[in-house]
Design a protein around this ligand. Structure first.
Ligand SMILES: NC(=O)c1ccc[n+]([C@@H]2O[C@H](COP(=O)([O-])OP(=O)(O)OC[C@H]3O[C@@H](n4cnc5c(N)ncnc54)[C@H](O)[C@@H]3O)[C@@H](O)[C@H]2O)c1
Length: 335
């Protein structure tokens, strides 16, 4: 059997809410051989042992021990953001490729160390930004890049939700920016092919709310073609929630695209609705598509050295961390 056809051995770290969804995807993928599961929580370990009873899967709380016992091809990281540096660096140092959930890091300091380790290790490090596989996002991206609205002038994004978290999100700084807005910041880049170059961000604290950090932000971003983004996001929504991707108005020199963050986008020109575009929901789960891209990149990576994939994500994570810095200092930050 050729190397490419061999099943890829995987250790997953983090078996929480998102980890359980990832675990189902790994277990149903014939290209994957799950060899280890790591978590520091007893209930998560018990769940993992029950689920994998009878399978050849090592379960434990010490990542290095599990890596030494199982020698995986790659590690899937689904732990909270503040654990990234330690989990990613241990995995790369142990000779494993890494696929990690967003965000790549939760501080500039951690980001620097992760990047250094990725470069030293020569292993593939990729961030899963699964909203890029949303069929509606792919539709809007093609409309924008084909020039349907001409040159992009501005974007308005509104995200609003009212989740009831009782986890790390309620005790970290900048929870919305780090955990949720990062999806929308990445979508700005994906939909337009443009990168943010400056940001001013203001966070709002509602004393009746249960987060330590702010669940509500307003941001103005400047893109590298001089277009402006006006972003509003909240987890403290009381009246009208948006879709997870948010509601978008993209204004160009030749028209406007309104996207509901789902599977419909409308083209407006001179105050008239000119076209309604509707696409079908993705046939595969967006995480599955993210995994597929990782495996494809991994296979190419073996054939010829390609630029390490985390670099594609750097403008996204740097924008999110710059927004945190702007909110702290109350000043415009150049990214
Ligand atoms: N892409 C998406 O749509 C999406 C959706 C939800 C969450 N996420 C991301 O997934 C990650 C996990 O989020 P979640 O909601 O599953 O959180 P969670 O709290 O439900 O789960 C995290 C798990 O990691 C474990 N853990 C913590 N520190 C660890 C360590 N050092 N070593 C091993 N295990 C450790 C915890 O015990 C817990 O079981 C976050 O980065 C989050 O941003 C992505």
């Amino acid at each position: 059997m050729s190397n490419l056809k061999k099943r890829l051995k995987v250790v997953q770290v983090g078996i929480g809410k998102m980890g359980k969804i990832w675990l189902d995807i790994l277990r149903s993928d014939s290209r994957i051989q799950l060899v280890g599961l790591v978590d520091i929580d007893n209930q998560a370990l018990e769940y993992s042992r029950k689920l994998c009873q009878g399978d050849q899967v090592k379960v434990g709380e010490n990542l290095l021990d599990i890596l030494m016992e199982t020698h995986p091809d790659f590690v899937l990281v689904v732990t909270p953001p503040f654990t990234r540096k330690s989990v990613i660096c241990q995995s790369l140092r142990s000779g494993c490729h890494v696929l990690c959930e967003k965000p790549l890091a939760s501080t500039f300091n951690d980001l620097k160390k992760i990047v250094k380790m990725a470069d030293l290790s020569g292993k593939l490090l990729m961030v899963s930004q699964n909203y890029r596989y949303h069929a509606g996002a792919i539709l809007v991206r093609s409309l924008v890049t084909e020039g349907t609205i001409g040159e992009l002038i501005s974007i308005d994004v509104r995200y609003a939700d009212s989740p009831n978290f009782c986890d790390w999100r309620t005790i970290i700084d900048h929870p919305l920016l780090i955990d949720m807005s990062i999806h929308h910041l990445d979508l700005i880049r994906f939909l337009t092919g443009l990168d943010p170059i400056k940001v001013f961000c203001q966070e709002t604290f509602d004393k009746n709310f249960y987060f330590k950090g702010s669940p509500t932000v307003k941001m103005i971003l400047g893109l590298d073609n001089s277009a402006t983004v006006n972003y509003s996001g909240t987890w403290a929504s009381t009246h009208i929630n948006s879709s997870l991707c948010g509601e978008w108005i993209l204004t160009g020199s030749k028209g406007i695209i309104k996207w509901n963050g789902e599977y419909e986008a409308n083209l407006w020109q001179q105050n008239r609705l000119m076209e309604k575009y509707v696409v079908e929901k993705e046939k595969k789960d967006k995480l599955e598509l993210s995994l597929e891209f990782f495996i494809k990149t991994l296979n190419d990576f073996k054939k010829h050295e390609i630029p390490n994939s985390y670099k594609d994500n750097l403008p996204t994570i740097k924008t999110a961390l710059s927004a945190c810095r702007s909110a702290e200092k109350q000043e415009l930050v150049i990214i």
